[in-house]
Structure formats: structure tokens, C-alpha cells
Design a protein around this ligand. Structure first.
Ligand code: PGA
Length: 252
């Protein structure tokens, strides 16, 4: 049985004061959740948020890490560094990294390998742009993005992996995919995972992301292959985020 996973993606938001208030409120309101909850915060706040999460079942995550292990890569942050700060998960290949910073499928695969080697659980992001959806190329795009990772990872990677489906047209737009639209892609992702890992693929959490809100979370999370959410905007407001976590619990 897969547990629901609700991952907050703060993106480039936060500050020492607002972080404290947000994390304290989430910890307080989320103390008896049965879903897994992870807060993926900007690098400079890993120490602060990690300390605030001490004693909580909510875990810490990062939003990126390098495809290189260490060395002369100015400005990069390694998976080992992220792990040293106590992170359980790292978001990799988010569409904003792919489109704004030119991350290729191959780079994302390299990042996933480094994250796995550091003992992190990568949240591998996939998703098509609006034009691809309209042209009927959703399956092709998501398969290509995922194949690059699945070809690179070792056979025993399955237990650590999380996959996210985030249609770009749904991110930050208020226009979520319908539960049926999302489920269709999640089922396809599960099939690709089964081709690579066999029966163990049944245990991989596949998250939906893109305008998840309290109002649509329950319907999305009730679909058979939607195992939780990757939450952007709504993760910055404690009440909204907690309501989404509670929706995860309802269908767990
Ligand atoms: P959103 O972002 O919830 O604000 O749409 C999701 C994401 O980009 O991970």
C-alpha cells in the first residue's frame, strides 16, 4: 500500500521570519497526519527549517541539487550537502529548471544519480507544455523525460524514487488538470516504471502538481495512481497547505 506524500515546493520564496511562522503553524496543525509531508525549501533555509522540524514527522527537502559530486562548479550545491542538512527528498527536473535554466533530460538523470548516491529520495518532475498537450504529445514528452532517468538509474533505485507529473499549463495558473486527465498520465507513468522495475513499481509514489488547492485535492488524490501532490503556491499558506495534507489523509 502506498502512503500519500504531500510535498511543499516553496520555490524562491521565504525569509527567516515568515519561514518560522509558516513552519511552526504547519507543524502544529500537521502533528497527527498519516500522510508523509516534506517541505522543500530554498538552500539557505535548510538549516533553519531543519531545526524547526526537529521532533516533527514532517521532513525537509531541497528543490535542486547538482549532477556533479563536488569540485569547481561555482554556485552549485551537491546532493551530499543537501543530505548533510538532513533532507529526505530533493525535487529534480522541475519544469522551471528545465525551461528557465535549460536543464536537459540528461542533466536531470545525472542529478538523480547523485541524489540516490547521497541517500536522498529524488522527486523526478515530468510534464508537458500547453502546445504539446494540444498537439496530443503528452505521452511522448513525459515518456522521454522519464526514460532518460529510468535508463540511468540502477536496478535497486525503485524504492527511493518518487515521480511527479506537473503539466506546465497547470503550474501557477489556477487551472489544474482534471482528476481524469492526471490519472491517465499517472497510469502511463506507472506502466513505464513497471517496464523498468517490475512489480516493485507498485510502491512508487507518483505525485500530481499544478494548481493543487484545498478545493480540488481530494478529487485528485482519490484517483488510483495519484499518490499525493507537489504543492507550489498553496504551500506558502499554512491553512491551505494543511487542508491539502488533510485531503491526503482522507483517501490514504
Ligand atoms: P503550483 O506549483 O501549485 O503553484 O501550481 C506547483 C509546482 O510548480 O510544483
Amino acid at each position: 500500500m502506498r502512503k500519500k506524500l504531500i510535498a511543499a515546493n516553496w520555490k524562491m520564496n521565504g525569509g527567516l521570519e515568515v519561514n518560522r511562522a509558516l513552519v511552526e503553524a504547519v507543524c502544529q496543525g500537521g502533528s497527527d497526519l498519516s500522510s508523509e509531508v516534506v517541505l522543500c525549501v530554498p538552500f539557505p533555509y535548510l538549516g533553519q527549517v531543519g531545526a524547526l522540524l526537529q521532533g516533527s514527522t514532517i521532513t525537509l527537502g531541497a528543490q535542486n541539487s547538482s549532477e556533479f559530486e563536488s569540485g569547481a562548479y561555482t554556485g552549485e550545491v551537491s546532493a551530499g550537502m543537501v543530505a548533510e542538512f538532513g533532507c529526505s527528498h530533493v525535487i529534480l527536473g522541475h519544469s522551471e529548471r528545465r525551461t528557465l535554466f535549460g536543464e536537459s533530460d540528461g542533466q536531470v538523470a545525472g542529478k538523480v544519480l547523485q541524489a540516490l548516491a547521497a541517500g536522498l529520495r529524488p522527486i523526478v518532475c515530468t510534464g508537458e507544455c500547453e502546445a504539446a498537450r494540444l498537439e496530443g504529445r503528452t505521452t511522448q514528452v513525459v515518456s522521454r523525460q522519464l526514460a532518460a532517468v529510468l535508463e540511468a538509474v540502477p536496478d535497486d533505485a525503485c524504492a527511493a524514487m518518487v515521480v511527479a507529473y506537473e503539466p506546465i499549463w497547470a503550474i501557477g495558473t489556477g487551472l489544474s488538470a482534471s482528476p481524469e486527465q492526471a490519472q491517465a498520465v499517472h497510469r502511463q507513468i506507472r506502466a513505464l516504471l513497471k517496464d523498468r522495475f517490475g512489480a516493485a513499481a507498485e510502491l512508487v509514489q507518483i505525485l500530481y502538481g499544478g494548481s493543487v488547492k484545498a478545493a480540488n485535492a481530494s478529487a485528485l488524490f482519490a484517483m488510483p495512481d495519484i499518490d499525493g501532490g507537489l504543492i507550489g503556491g498553496a504551500s506558502l499558506l499554512a491553512d491551505d497547505f494543511l487542508a491539502i495534507c488533510a485531503a491526503g489523509d482522507l483517501v490514504t
